[in-house]
Design a protein around this ligand. Structure first.
Ligand SMILES: [Zn+2]
Length: 390
């Protein structure tokens, strides 16, 4: 064979192997381990390793998302185990909330300059948000990674809280951030925040009225000021997240992103199109049973409660068809997709069952995306929810 023939032959073999890898790749699983808040880890390294070992014996675990205690030792020891099993370890890193205990942030304010109402699920799971435009807030996150976590053996970071407050903080949670820095960015997008505020004050709930909804396009606002506002909000919040993601990627880290389900994403500034271009993978949170922030029914109910006279909102049943509509809606994202399904149980907050876990996972797998994330804390998953994964 001539050199050229050899090269062509080599390329064909490479192409064939690549195709084969693609077609034979089974979906794999990502597991989330919540260690609690910054101060003390709620589990020991042995407990975490034991649990992942059990899950990995039933289904192929590809990545573990773990955080965000400051205890480095736990990551070093868990990381050693994970790497010995060819599983990558990602730091679960909250971006625009939760970091007040470890850095000094500028809070987000609503269009009236007030800090929106907070929502505390449990200690260590607060939901008060910081301004997405203040460069100091973004720098805090990068510095946090560099100073606390860069020597722990992480292969990537999983960015959580990459949004504004939702309707959980009432209308003011969604109509923000309205600080001078954000107002300047809206102006550059052709949106005057004072005009948005005046429009809401004049129209009340009907500011949020919609003309229709499609899974891929989201809600269509009747009010052109509201429409312009939410489009700009998506670009502003998501490009801040993109800059943080790019900076972390330049450190050689894989980037995962925690996203609201497509139908609620436009209210919290998550533009799937922008974000998915800066992520290696996205994890849309398709929680049908969680009655806490990011739970799909919960967030929708908060919307309807915050603007009870807004019109055009359909009734969504949290059934398999609705789950399918959300899976369909993420199809265009150019990065890997690992939809998140809650498998933990918490009384009054995530009342899941083995049947629910099975139904959700089998629906997700029908879409043949890259896999699924077992959320939101594998340590709180009852044995029956893990047994049913086999
Ligand atoms: Zn701001």
């Amino acid at each position: 064979m001539s050199t050229l023939q050899k090269t062509i032959f080599g390329l064909c073999i490479l192409a064939l192997t690549a195709c084969q890898n693609k077609t034979t790749t089974e979906p794999s699983y990502v597991v989330q381990v919540s260690l609690g808040g910054w101060e003390k880890a709620e589990y020991t390294a042995e407990e975490v390793i034991g649990r992942i070992d059990t899950v990995n014996s039933l289904i192929p675990v590809e990545k573990v998302i773990i955080g965000w205690s400051k205890d480095k030792e736990i990551y070093k020891r868990v990381g050693e185990y994970l790497h010995s099993k060819d599983i990558s370890m990602l730091l679960w890193l909250p971006v625009f909330a939760e970091t007040d205990a470890v850095c000094d942030n500028t809070p987000a304010v609503d269009l009236w300059g007030n800090i929106p109402a907070n929502y505390n699920l449990t200690e260590g799971e607060g939901f008060s948000f910081n301004c997405p435009s203040d460069p100091h807030n973004s720098l805090n996150i990068i510095n946090l990674y560099d100073s606390l976590f860069s020597d722990c053996g992480f292969d990537g970071v999983f960015l959580d809280r990459i949004r504004t407050q939702s309707f959980v903080g009432g209308v003011g949670g969604v109509l923000g951030c309205g600080c001078p820095a954000c107002a300047g960015r809206y102006r550059a997008e052709g949106v005057d925040l004072e005009a948005v505020r005046a429009e809401y004050e004049a129209k009340g709930d009907s500011f949020f009225s919609v003309n229709g909804y499609t899974p891929s396009g989201g809600f269509v606002f009747e009010d052109s000021v509201a429409d312009g506002y939410f489009k700009a909000k998506g670009r502003i919040v998501s490009s801040s997240v993109a800059a943080i993601a790019d900076s972390l990627r330049s450190r050689g880290l894989e980037i995962g992103m925690d996203l609201y389900a497509p139908f609620m994403s436009q209210f919290v500034g998550q533009d799937y199109e922008i974000l998915s271009r800066h992520a290696d993978f996205i994890k849309p949170m398709l929680y049908r049973k969680t009655t806490a922030p990011a739970g799909m029914a919960f967030e929708y109910e908060m919307l309807l409660k915050s603007a009870p006279y807004a019109t055009g909102y359909l009734e969504f049943k949290m059934d398999v068809d609705f789950l399918k509509s959300q899976l369909e809606a993420m199809k265009a994202a150019p990065c890997a997709k690992y939809p998140g399904i809650e498998i933990n149980y918490r009384a009054g907050v995530a009342e899941t069952s083995p049947e629910y876990v099975r139904e959700s996972l089998s629906t997700v797998m029908q879409y043949a995306y890259d896999g699924a994330v077992l959320s939101w804390n594998i340590m709180e998953a009852p044995d029956a929810h893990i047994d049913c994964l086999r």
